[in-house]
Design a protein around this ligand. Structure first.
Ligand SMILES: [Zn+2]
Length: 399
């Protein structure tokens, strides 16, 4: 599937995804076999004999966005809001990787231990075998339940499960029990996240700061609530005392999200901030949710947009050990091309975002392959890249 040689020319601006150096110099990028081979000035790079050539036409190249918190079930369908093609819609919002926080919306989801393990393994497989519209869906995230033993985590890890669903959505809600299971998961290479805040829907429960601190999961899942946030004092306390990832979601409390981000800056730890949508949820599917979070945090929080982009790209990739999310040699060629939306104020694209507007998406690329062109969901970009040369279409029926 990964493309041959891809050359992107006439890039106007490069967002690196690196919070320590968010803008890169250069106007050209070369990828081979779906991996970034070089980035810099065209005159210094070998851009000949490419199978795919994109003229960026002065638009901005950024790493494909990573949604750190979604709840997929199967294929490109969500039973939660009875929608199909929601993942494709998010691709049109610039998202190229999604991370499951649990396949919790599966009707009749098994809660017995052998059943929950079987479902997690199956979900990991079906999204590894089938990427909706090319989007990388990292799924197979079991929700831990009472009675699980270390051997269960060992079995899950051996079967390829790398994530836990939100701790607290199952029967394990006490800090001490959660702590033991999170530690078993970590020991076997499984990353964990915890539901933070009030209950999301009838039947789920409150997870407060004491439980989050004791459980010590790798990610403080939706620190701004999903939907209901903890009191401000508990949010700042979590940022200060729990040195794990600070995840802010679209489906949460926006004011609390701003508080968490500002606290991370006060602690001089902006590298801990990552973004998600929590979609699908009671508030629906949010195809532009990550772009909306970027515009909201940048404009209301007065943070340069190129820094906020790192929260949805490089920060998440580094925290979760992904090879995408950064414009750097050796990383996956997963990109989004963006430009100022037509008629948006601001002297350029970044200025328009700093004023709270969304950029327009002009193209996405995953593993060096063009997956979408002018977005059907964002406001129209002023300029969009042009696919100058494309490889011959693959023969049909290749499922
Ligand atoms: Zn949650």
């Amino acid at each position: 599937m990964a493309g041959g040689k891809l050359v992107i020319k006439n890039i106007g601006l490069i967002l690196s995804g690196m919070v320590e150096r968010p803008l890169l110099d250069g106007d050209c990028l070369v990828a081979e076999g779906g991996i970034i081979a070089a980035v810099g000035r065209a005159q210094d790079l070998d851009w000949e004999n490419a199978e795919t050539v994109i003229d960026a036409r002065g638009t901005t190249l950024a790493p494909g966005l990573i949604d750190s918190h979604v709840h997929p079930v199967i294929g490109d369908y969500t039973p939660r809001q009875q929608q199909i093609n929601w993942i494709d819609s998010c691709l049109h919002g610039g998202v190229t990787t999604m991370i499951s926080a649990g396949e919790v919306h599966a009707p009749g989801r098994p809660k017995d231990i052998v059943g929950l393990k079987a479902m997690a393994i199956a979900a990991q497989r079906w999204y590894e075998n089938f990427r909706p519209s090319g989007v990388k869906m990292l799924a197979g995230a079991p929700v831990i339940e009472d009675g699980m033993e270390e051997q269960d985590f060992k079995d899950l890890a051996a079967a390829g499960v790398k994530l836990l669903g939100e701790v607290g959505l199952g029967s394990v809600k006490a800090g001490d029990k959660a702590k033991r299971m999170v530690a078993w998961a970590r020991k076997h290479g499984i990353q964990s996240t915890i539901h933070t805040g009030g209950p999301s829907i009838p039947g789920s429960g409150l997870i407060d700061k004491d439980v989050v601190l004791e459980a010590d999961a790798d990610i403080i899942g939706h620190i701004n609530g999903g939907h209901t946030a903890l009191p401000d004092s508990q949010i700042t306390c979590l940022c200060e005392q729990c040195k794990r990832g600070i995840e802010i979601v679209h489906n949460g409390n926006e004011r609390a999200g701003l508080l968490a981000m500002r606290t991370a800056f006060e602690l001089k730890e902006p590298q801990r901030v990552i973004l998600g949508t929590d979609a699908p949820a009671g508030s629906g599917v949010q195809p532009l949710g990550i772009l909306r979070m970027i515009a909201m945090l940048s404009s209301l929080g007065s943070v340069a947009p190129e820094i906020v982009f790192c929260f949805a790209t490089g920060n998440t990739a580094r925290m979760r050990g992904l090879n995408s999310g950064l414009i750097e040699k050796g990383r996956a060629a997963d990109f989004v091309f963006i430009d100022r939306a037509q008629h948006a104020p601001g002297k350029d694209m970044l200025a328009s975002i700093a004023e709270g507007n969304l950029p327009g998406v002009g193209m996405t690329v995953i593993d060096g392959v063009v997956r979408s062109q002018r977005s059907r969901n964002t406001p129209p970009a002023e300029m969009v890249p042009e696919l100058v040369k494309a490889p011959p279409a693959a023969p049909g029926g290749g499922h």
